[in-house]
Write a protein that binds this ligand. Structure first.
Ligand SMILES: Nc1ncnc2c1ncn2[C@@H]1O[C@H](COP(=O)(O)OP(=O)(O)OP(=O)(O)O)[C@@H](O)[C@H]1O
Ligand SMILES: [Mg+2]
Length: 274
């Protein structure tokens, strides 16, 4: 059986998508067979960062599939430039009026059932890892993706208002998911300022270590610290080469740290017979 990882945040723009793609490409380059799902239905963005290899008009989306009976899982799986990495795109949000509305509880109950059987099928096809780029905040969709996941990464920017919201979320989500199945939740600092100024360094380290203690007390392991990389933003301004695989992303060492922790968790689970 494979492992499903969802990348989540309580606030938008914290770096879920960039982290999802970086993690997916790191795992696939290590030789694992990986599929990345755009699970952010309010702001799907993978289609802009990993260009489809066929016309957009011919794509079948994750959202079409979850709500339909006539599509097979093979119909929504697309190749990428990386041989070990496949992708499932999501449709633009205007298509999602029915399932994004407040009265869509039933739609999402069915979607969860279908996601669980699809997860099994993807493992049978041979995927080692399913990576879900999740929607930020709490919604029926984001909770479904948390339920599917064996591992989650909570990506947070170092700002007191952002991490405070994450703390509340961790408490609530954990009481909901506790005991459902074995799972491991990691915390990832992203867009951490880089400075040589001693006073700024002290301020930053004080903030991070104070929160590291609180977060670990809540049962979440702090997995890595990803620095703010202004080159990434500059490269994203270039629409022509704006395919994420062609960008130089300074996340590599952080991704290796995350992968290392995930593999350790998998081994621990195997030893426990799960
Ligand atoms: N480590 C980083 N260094 C510099 N910029 C970053 C870093 N991580 C993310 N960013 C920038 O932050 C922005 C948001 O990143 P991303 O789209 O991955 O966030 P997100 O959490 O998926 O957002 P959304 O909630 O809209 O889905 C992007 O423009 C990206 O370039
Ligand atoms: Mg995103």
């Amino acid at each position: 059986m494979g492992t499903t990882i969802t990348i989540f945040s309580t606030r938008g723009g914290s770096g879920k998508t960039i982290t999802s793609v970086s993690l997916a490409s790191t795992l696939s380059k290590m030789g694992y067979k990986v599929i990345i799902i755009d699970g952010d239905l309010e702001a799907p963005s993978l289609i802009h960062l990993i260009k489809p290899q066929k016309p957009v008009a011919d794509l079948n989306y994750w959202t079409d599939y979850l709500g339909a009976k006539n599509l097979k899982v093979e119909d929504i799986i697309n190749p990428t430039k990386l041989s070990n990495l496949s992708i499932i795109y999501s449709s633009p949000p205007e298509i999602g009026k029915s399932f994004l509305s407040k009265n869509s509880q039933r739609w999402w109950q069915n979607a969860l059932r279908k996601s669980l059987t699809t997860q099994k099928k993807l493992y049978e096809i041979g995927y080692d890892f399913i990576i879900i780029d999740n929607q930020s905040g709490t919604s029926l969709n984001s909770v479904n993706n948390m339920i599917l996941a064996d591992v989650s990464l909570l990506v947070v920017r170092p700002a007191s208002y952002g991490v405070g919201a994450a703390e509340v979320f961790i408490q609530e989500m954990h009481s909901l998911l506790k005991g459902m199945k074995p799972r491991k939740d990691f915390f990832v600092w992203n867009q951490v300022p880089v400075t040589d100024n001693p006073e700024e360094k002290t301020l930053l380290n004080h903030f991070l270590s104070k929160w590291d203690v609180k977060i670990e007390e809540l049962g979440i392991e702090v997995a890595t610290v990803i620095p703010f990389d202004h080159m990434l933003n500059l490269q994203l301004l270039n629409e022509i080469t704006n395919e994420i695989f062609s960008l130089t992303i300074s996340m590599n060492s952080s991704m290796l740290e995350i992968v290392d922790r995930i593999l350790k968790y998998q081994n621990q689970q195997k030893r426990n017979g799960n």
